[in-house]
Design a protein around this ligand. Structure first.
Ligand SMILES: *[C@@H]1O[C@H](CO)[C@@H](O)[C@H](O)[C@H]1NC(C)=O
Ligand SMILES: *[C@@H]1O[C@H](CO)[C@@H](O)[C@H](O)[C@H]1NC(C)=O
Ligand SMILES: *[C@@H]1O[C@H](CO)[C@@H](O)[C@H](O)[C@H]1NC(C)=O
Ligand SMILES: *[C@@H]1O[C@H](CO)[C@@H](O)[C@H](O)[C@H]1NC(C)=O
Ligand SMILES: *[C@@H]1O[C@H](CO)[C@@H](O)[C@H](O)[C@H]1NC(C)=O
Ligand SMILES: *[C@@H]1O[C@H](CO)[C@@H](O)[C@H](O)[C@H]1NC(C)=O
Ligand SMILES: *[C@@H]1O[C@H](CO)[C@@H](O)[C@H](O)[C@H]1NC(C)=O
Ligand SMILES: *[C@@H]1O[C@H](CO)[C@@H](O)[C@H](O)[C@H]1NC(C)=O
Ligand SMILES: *[C@@H]1O[C@H](CO)[C@@H](O)[C@H](O)[C@H]1NC(C)=O
Ligand SMILES: *[C@@H]1O[C@H](CO)[C@@H](O)[C@H](O)[C@H]1NC(C)=O
Ligand SMILES: *[C@@H]1O[C@H](CO)[C@@H](O)[C@H](O)[C@H]1NC(C)=O
Ligand SMILES: *[C@@H]1O[C@H](CO)[C@@H](O)[C@H](O)[C@H]1NC(C)=O
Length: 717
């Protein structure tokens, strides 16, 4: 302690001698200092013109862009070059602009450290170095800028502690913003001394420890952001004394305790209240509804329990409420009244109640009376049941509706087609039944439609082909039947998934499938699709995963398969494919998983497969393959490879326990291999290879097989 005050004394002496030299420096030409600034900062291309225009005699510096002077001695009082593409470093010479009051260099690319010499700018009232690439620590010397009212150095790469000296000396400071850096250590208790502070922002750092109770004495504070640090403990009771607060963001920490029951009487001006992503317990106080200016409430990802108070209807300004990921409760008897009350919130846009396991019982019909300003409604992963009210179409501005992983049942109402702004519609893994209404084709903004794993039945409405903005469609695991409407394949921007697997779709795969030139994943497994795999599929040039397994495809050689260079997963198991596996399959360079089990494939296993270094799973089981099993590559380890159920195979690694190959049969096999290799060389494209897989199926034997899962088939749930 003694040592500490000793060095403090030394600092005081040094700084007073310093201010004498600062005084001398005033006599130095501010123009020369500006040229030193220019020399260190590099004007980027285009905007570099700014600094280039700082030319001619230094006498003219008061007219240079961004410079303002005052007084007979033409002292620089302001240097303001925000968003001017400056890079390089900030010259320490700036500390010589002794009359500087305003320094704004925000939104440039300046790097290096913040010069400690800025501490000599005793008249500086605004320092804005935000949105740059400054690194190093915050210089303690800044605490000598005793006139500072605004210090904004957020969005840099500063590390180290928040200097406690700032709190002791910058008594005029009104706004202190240090967010979005890499600051560590605790929040200095000395900040409580900044009694003029109205805005304090320390969000997105790695600060730890508790929130200093002293902050609760800065009575003018209206803006307090401590979000996304590692703060712990309970927020101090004094915080609730800050009756001027309009924004309190403490989300994304490790804070605990409960939200005080009288919170509603403490913050008469509160507009933004964020407690999310912490460990808060207890219930949501009823009096919260007395925060009548509240616009955004975030309580998500805590451990809150009990019913949501029904008084929320008094929050007339509320636009966004996030209550997700808690243990909040509602059932058929009680708890859902808050939804009815919220129909009063005439500006409500977003309501998140998802991930609350104890939200049970029927979806309140009054949900359709929520404000027409609603844009996001998320009830996913709750245990809500009942049907979708037919008046859901009232919420005309909805653009996101997720009810996946719930017990919602009944049919999808026709009125869903009125939600023309809907971009995301998710009903996956629910108890929905009946047919998909063709009105769905009216939701022209839809980009994402998920209704997988429900009890939907009947045909896929061809009106889905009108959804010109659809990027992904998942109707898998339902009881849809009939053929696949051709219009689906004409969806112009479908690029993520088309998943119709595990339904009862029948008939051929239309050749229009080739129009899906942007599609990454095509999943048609587990249907009753039959006939040949059409030529056109080769035009799906960016396909990564193609699943056609568990169908009745027979195939005849597709004529024009182009390069599916990105293909990394091909599932053709459990069809009626026959003939040889072409050697050329070895040229699908990215192939990682290949499933050909339970077909009638015959002939030798192509040696080329052992050369596919990307291959990590290979299932050739239950075919009629013959000859020697290779020993290299994927064949070296039985864990990710299966050849069982092929009675005419021999050799391979000992683990396979196959009979050794007869000398002459080996020779035959080699000769056969050489032949097909020659053939392979003649065939250039990887897709032709794929084509030939399919081609071999010409010889298929029509036979009804029991479709059992092969050992390496990943289970879909
Ligand atoms: C000096 O700056 C002026 C604008 O202030 C500009 O027109 C002129 O081209 C510049 N001269 C040089 C040599 O860069
Ligand atoms: C500030 O001015 C003094 C006196 O002119 C000079 O010696 C010193 O180098 C300047 N400081 C910087 C950092 O340029
Ligand atoms: C920083 O402050 C200390 C103490 O006041 C002083 O000795 C030192 O010269 C200052 N540094 C600069 C670069 O001004
Ligand atoms: C900031 O800290 C994070 C996490 O410790 C680290 O990943 C990141 O690289 C750091 N950034 C800088 C600019 O130091
Ligand atoms: C507040 O500042 C005074 C002197 O200005 C100092 O004595 C006191 O320790 C400071 N308080 C805190 C909490 O740092
Ligand atoms: C809140 O303010 C009141 C009145 O100014 C004061 O008596 C009380 O101690 C403060 N509470 C806390 C926890 O700081
Ligand atoms: C909450 O608001 C209601 C209605 O304005 C009012 O009657 C009640 O007194 C308030 N409660 C508190 C504790 O301020
Ligand atoms: C709806 O708002 C009115 C005032 O605009 C208020 O009187 C009423 O109590 C509110 N309803 C609910 C359910 O909160
Ligand atoms: C919706 O609001 C209207 C008008 O206020 C009312 O008549 C109707 O009963 C409400 N419907 C539900 C389901 O609450
Ligand atoms: C909807 O909810 C489901 C279930 O939790 C989730 O998997 C899916 O990603 C969500 N969809 C969107 C678009 O957020
Ligand atoms: C949902 O469907 C499953 C299976 O069809 C059924 O067992 C379950 O009882 C249904 N649940 C509800 C809430 O309808
Ligand atoms: C496998 O790779 C080796 C070495 O790259 C090459 O000599 C051989 O011809 C390849 N075999 C097949 C069947 O592609």
């Amino acid at each position: 302690m003694a040592k500490h005050s000793g060095s403090l004394l030394l600092l005081v002496i040094q700084s007073s001698s310093m201010s004498i030299s600062t005084l001398l420096a005033t006599k130095a030409d501010d123009g020369a200092t500006l040229l030193a600034f220019k020399a260190a900062a590099i004007g980027g291309a285009g905007n570099g013109a700014t600094l280039a225009s700082w030319n001619g005699s230094t006498g003219g510096y008061c007219t240079w862009e961004g410079v303002r002077c005052r007084g007979r001695h033409r002292q620089v009082v302001a240097l303001s070059l925000p968003s001017h593409g400056l890079t390089g470093i900030l010259s320490p010479a700036v500390g010589n602009l002794s009359s500087l009051r305003f320094l704004n260099l925000r939104s440039n690319g300046l790097s290096g450290s913040i010069p400690a010499s800025l501490g000599r700018l005793h008249r500086l009232h605004t320092l804005d170095l935000s949105h740059n690439a400054f690194s190093g620590e915050i210089p303690v010397n800044l605490s000598s800028c005793t006139s500072l009212m605004v210090m904004n150095i957020r969005f840099n790469q500063l590390h180290g502690h928040v200097p406690s000296e700032l709190g002791n000396k910058l008594t005029s400071l009104g706004s202190l913003r240090l967010g979005r850096n890499n600051l560590t250590g605790t929040i200095p208790v000395s900040l409580a001394n900044l009694s003029s502070l109205v805005a304090l922002e320390l969000s997105f750092n790695q600060l730890e420890g508790t929130i200093p109770p002293g902050l609760g004495s800065i009575m003018g504070l209206y803006y307090l952001r401590l979000a996304f640090n590692s703060l712990c403990g309970q927020p101090p009771a004094s915080l609730y004394n800050l009756s001027s607060l309009e924004m309190l963001q403490i989300q994304g920490n490790m804070l605990e305790g409960s939200i005080p029951a009288d919170i509603g009487t403490r913050f008469p001006r509160m507009a933004i209240l964020f407690y999310g992503i912490n460990y808060f317990t207890g219930s949501i106080p009823t009096l919260l509804s007395n925060l009548t200016k509240l616009q955004a409430l975030d309580l998500h990802d805590n451990c809150l329990t009990g019913y949501v108070p029904h008084m929320q209807g008094r929050l007339q300004a509320l636009q966004r409420a996030a209550l997700s990921s808690n243990m909040l409760e509602a059932n058929n008897r009680e708890g859902w009244e808050f939804i009815t009350a919220m129909s009063n919130c005439s500006q409500l846009q977003q309501l998140f109640i998802n991930y609350n396991d104890a939200f049970t019982g029927k979806m309140p019909i009054s949900i359709v009376n929520l404000s027409t300003t609603m844009q996001i409604l998320n009830v996913q992963d709750t245990r809500i049941s009942g049907s979708i009210p037919s008046a859901i179409g009232n919420l005309v501005n909805l653009n996101f509706l997720n009810a996946s992983n719930t017990f919602i049942s009944g049919v999808i109402p026709d009125s869903i087609g009125k939600l023309v702004h809907l971009g995301m519609l998710c009903y996956g893994n629910t108890n929905l039944s009946g047919q998909i209404p063709s009105s769905i084709g009216n939701i022209s903004m839809l980009t994402f439609l998920d209704a997988h794993h429900c009890n939907l039945e009947g045909p896929i409405p061809s009106s889905i082909g009108k959804l010109k903005n659809l990027l992904a469609l998942d109707l898998s695991m339902n009881r849809l039947n009939g053929s696949i409407p051709k219009d689906i394949f004409k969806l112009p921007v479908l690029s993520s998934n088309l998943d119709l697997s595990y339904n009862s779709l029948s008939g051929p795969l239309p050749s229009e499938v080739g129009s899906l030139g942007n599609l990454n994943n095509l999943f048609l497994s587990g249907n009753q699709l039959s006939g040949v795999i059409p030529d056109g599929i080769g035009d799906c040039t960016v396909l990564q995963r193609l699943w056609l397994d568990n169908n009745s495809f027979e195939g005849s050689r597709p004529q024009s398969l182009n390069n599916m260079k990105g293909l990394n997963e091909l599932k053709l198991s459990m069809n009626d494919l026959s003939g040889k596996i072409p050697d050329a399959i070895g040229s699908i360079r990215n192939l990682q998983r290949l499933y050909l089990a339970h077909n009638n494939l015959s002939g030798p296993i192509p040696l080329a497969l052992q050369n596919l270094t990307s291959l990590s799973v290979l299932d050739l089981s239950f075919n009629n393959l013959q000859g020697e099993v290779p020993k290299g590559g994927i064949f070296a380890n039985i864990v990710n490879m299966s050849v069982t159920g092929n009675n005419k195979l021999c050799g391979g690694i000992p683990h396979l326990h196959l009979a050794p190959c007869q000398m002459n049969s080996v020779k035959t096999n080699r000769r056969g291999h050489m032949k097909s290799l020659t053939l392979a060389l003649a065939v250039t494209s990887a897709l032709l290879l794929l084509a030939s897989v399919v081609a071999l199926t010409q010889l298929f034997r029509k036979k009804l097989r029991q479709k059992q899962k092969s050992p390496l088939q990943p289970q879909r749930v």
